[in-house]
Design a protein around this ligand. Structure first.
Ligand code: SAM
Ligand code: SF4
Length: 330
């Protein structure tokens, strides 16, 4: 089958699948405390998610990342991974996931057995009180236990940290040292204006250009060539010997080489994290068991792919999209 190429000549080789919008945490920059979740009946079944993944792998998608919400709270998640793993080495290079780590200790062995090699774990603080304030749940102990279990199972762990002016800015150097001392890469992320939350994001926005300047005043940061094809720019911290990534959607636009599209748990395909442009794949998936309508719908969707996102710092107060990161999958 023909590969998926968008109107700007970018080949789609990476699919992120949000398997649920639900979560066992309520991070302040991501959700409101009283977040309303989708009714379960609106979710695609595990078999349907598997069919959609297969349809994309057939069109040249080589990497699948499962996310959410929290992927590990989705019932049947391991069955989905088990099913999708049949494509590994048959067009698919990699299955990964992004998790908050709360339940990782229970899943790590199975993930490794199925063929997952790497996981991203989000940790915004390793101070128990700060973590509980950011996540609105006192679960840091579970997350750290989850990371240990992942390492013990042979998984490579990367840490993701959202930089927050008031909550964790002072902790960032310690977080980097902590991650590097354990052999984990760590990526810092700027808050993005996705969905209504209880706070004002402008107030928490911390420019990573500033953070980088601060770090460079006492560490040597050496630029590394971008090898992941993703939005992060990497440096090596010479003093710790570890890799540090920066995802800066607001201070630096990274859309040029973007190879990824995002599928939600209701079967909507989003062509860009920062745009409302999307296509429904659920109806064609259910209409036709042969995948002909589904493949036509995927082609029509890719033809609508916008050039890039348009996040702006001064517009942080009003979300760029109505949907939260937990819906589209971060
Ligand atoms: N629950 C999992 C987790 O936290 O890793 C997976 C889903 S979460 C939406 C994926 C990533 O998006 C996390 O690293 C999270 O910190 C980040 N994130 C969520 N909302 C964000 C926002 N508004 N701006 C920037 N990053 C955000
Ligand atoms: Fe849940 Fe991840 Fe959002 Fe935190 S960032 S509320 S862990 S989906």
């Amino acid at each position: 089958m023909r590969p998926l190429v968008d109107p700007f000549g970018r080949t789609i080789s990476y699919l992120r699948v949000s398997v649920t919008d639900r979560c066992d945490l309520r991070c302040i920059y991501c959700m409101s405390e009283r977040m309303r979740f989708l009714p379960r009946k609106d979710l695609l079944s595990i078999d349907e998610l598997d069919r959609l993944c297969a349809a994309f792998v057939a069109r040249g998608v080589r990497r699948l990342r499962f996310t959410g919400g929290e992927p590990l709270v989705r019932r049947g998640f391991l069955d989905l991974l088990e099913a999708v793993s049949r494509h590994l080495g048959q067009g698919l290079d990699e299955i990964t996931l992004t998790t908050n780590g709360v339940q990782l200790a229970d899943f790590a062995q199975d993930l490794a057995r199925i063929g997952v090699k790497r996981v991203n774990v989000s940790v915004d603080s390793f101070d128990r009180e700060t973590f509980a304030r950011i996540a609105r749940r006192d679960r840091l102990g579970d997350v750290l236990g989850g990371i240990e279990a992942a390492v013990a199972a042979g998984l490579k762990v990367k840490i993701n940290t959202v930089a927050l002016k008031h909550d964790n800015a002072h902790e960032i150097p310690d977080l980097i040292q902590w991650a590097h001392a354990r052999g984990h890469d760590i990526t810092l992320i700027e808050t993005m204006p996705l969905g209504e939350i209880d706070e004002d994001r402008t107030d928490q926005f911390l420019s990573l250009a500033r953070v980088r300047e601060d770090l460079a005043s006492y560490w040597r940061l050496t630029d590394l060539p971008d090898r992941t094809g993703g939005p992060a720019r990497y440096v090596r911290v010479e003093e710790t010997g570890g890799r540090l990534g920066f995802i800066t959607p607001l201070t630096h636009n990274f859309c040029e080489g973007c190879s990824r599209v995002r599928l939600t748990c209701t079967g909507r395909l989003y062509l860009c994290l920062g745009h409302e442009t999307a296509a429904d794949l659920r109806a064609p998936l259910r209409d036709d068991a042969s995948d002909v309508s589904l493949q036509a719908a995927i082609d029509a969707a890719i033809a609508l792919r916008p050039k890039g996102h348009d996040f702006q710092i001064e517009r942080l107060r009003t979300p760029a999209t109505e949907r939260h990161m937990s819906v589209t999958g971060g």
